[in-house]
Design a protein around this ligand. Structure first.
Ligand code: ADP
Length: 236
């Protein structure tokens, strides 16, 4: 398994303040993310998985702790630096695809391509997700699995080092979900991307290089899979 550290989290925490109430969504957490690994963050609803993912992706800022990307600080940095990191280095895939409804598949991908100086070619990426022939279809004309593949194409057209996926199979049926996981593995192998998948589905942990188990806003354990299963082989 690759072990060059891409991101280090040192005592990263997040507390949401809602009026009188404080919610400690993430207790001080330290974690290293290795370049090129497929990491699965597992845990029940409310255990802090999305909070952790959003901090890693620069969507949210921590209440405490430090975060490094390579040797660059991602904490106590300017909004501009964080935006640049999020735009250039990170691709996001969400449970409900979040495509722009009045843009075609190709236009959704092209929009993301505009964020970086050297994007991949839109049609190459659509071919990678096996949707080239549907490039001119609108999201409403595509199935859930196809929409998620467009969302993955949109994330990878920027050629990001880091691909962050929040419950990417959560809205898909069993077979389609496994196809999406296969696609993520293929992308990791083809582009050398570092991929983090957040899920409550323990079966998905079997495809990971490492599994981070979350409980009550903290990392409960970190497991290394010596022999990750191909996505076709897992069952839930
Ligand atoms: P998970 O992804 O494991 O379901 P989350 O990271 O979404 O968990 O949430 C962890 C805890 O933080 C939950 O108790 C949730 O209600 C709370 N939380 C998450 N986001 C916010 C927010 N923006 N404001 C207030 N509380 C939040």
């Amino acid at each position: 398994m690759p072990n060059q550290v891409l991101i280090s989290l040192n005592d990263i925490s997040k507390t949401y303040i809602m009026g009188e109430v404080q919610v400690e969504a993430l207790k001080p957490t330290s974690l290293e993310i290795y370049a090129g690994e497929l990491l699965v963050i597992l845990g029940p609803s409310g255990s802090g998985k999305s909070t952790l993912l959003n901090l890693i992706g620069g969507i949210d800022t921590p209440s405490g702790g430090q975060m490094l990307y390579g040797n660059k600080a991602l904490t106590n940095t300017s909004e501009r630096d964080l935006t640049r990191y999020r735009r250039r280095e990170v691709g996001f895939v969400f449970q409900f695809y979040n495509l722009v409804a009045d843009l075609t598949a190709a236009e959704n991908v092209a929009l993301a391509a505009e964020l970086v100086a050297e994007p991949l070619a839109v049609d190459d990426v659509l071919r990678d997700v096996d949707l080239l022939e549907r490039r001119d279809h609108f999201p409403s004309q595509l199935s859930g699995g196809e929409q998620q593949r467009v969302a993955i194409a949109r994330a990878i057209v920027k050629s990001p080092r880091l691909l962050l996926c929040d419950e990417p199979t959560g809205a898909l049926d069993y077979e389609t979900g496994k196809m999406v996981l296969r696609l993520l593995r293929d992308i990791q192998e083809k582009h050398g991307s570092t991929i983090i998948i957040v899920t409550h589905n323990t079966a998905i942990g079997d495809i990971a290089d490492r599994v981070v188990r979350m409980r009550s806003g903290a990392v409960a354990e970190i497991l290394t899979n010596e022999n990750p299963l191909p996505p076709e082989r897992i069952e839930w």
